[in-house]
Design a protein around this ligand. Sequence first.
Ligand code: APR
Length: 248
Amino acid sequence: MPQSKMNTLAEWLKTSRCVMALTGAGISAESGIPTFRGVQGLWEKYDIMEFAHIDSFRADPVKVWRMLLELDQTILKARPNAAHKALAELETLGILGLVVTQNVDNLHQDAGSRHVVEFHGNAKRFRCLDCGTPYERAQVNFSEPPPRCFCTGLIKPDVVFFGEAIPWAAHARAFDMARQADLVLVVGTSAVVAPASDLPILAKHNGARVVEINPEATVLTEDVTDLILQGPASQMLPPVLDLIRRRA
Ligand code: APR
């Protein structure tokens, strides 16, 4: 990675007044959580419409819970990597105002980020699909899926399935920040799922710089992105933090 691109990003981070990050599955790939698309992607193994749509969950909850429990075990074992920690440090330095994550693995919070919008919910929380009662993990009986609520409704992870709405508070806060941002870090997302993928485009339209951190180009790279650090986030971000600390 040419040092000059890292220097440029460090300079932009130091001089911007309103910085947000949009993260996707790629930032957690090095924590052992599979991404959704591309080689070995989760959607290569599980058909989205059969396993990730709310109608499929209602139609065959036992089948969908089988996939959910496999993903649950992976998420439980995962720990934050250097990229999550770098974003948490940017918040501590007063540079990064908000992380909007599409991920449901809680790794940004585990890394120390306090200002996090969970755009697609959080798999460490559970909720009844019928009455909305929230459940902690310890209160859910996973021995005979699908777990049921006391109202007999289906319990699901508190994540947004295809066919469900983005939680309104998360949507409002994320889009409000995108309107104000003058720098957006887009880390580890293919940017193909709206409305999350609209955030960097809206920010760009309002004059923000957009920086991608991703080993591969995405649908944003050609027309929206101002700078791409082409590599794994856990290798691209720490050197940028080093440059910022040296200039502190
Ligand atoms: N560092 C940075 N980026 C990486 C890394 C890495 N180590 N490894 C992979 N990537 C990139 C890939 O190149 C790809 O662009 O991460 C991106 C992962 O894309 P997806 O698998 O599509 O994940 P994401 O963009 O988060 O998907 C968005 O789709 O299925 C829904 O709700 C699900 O939140 C998810 C949404």
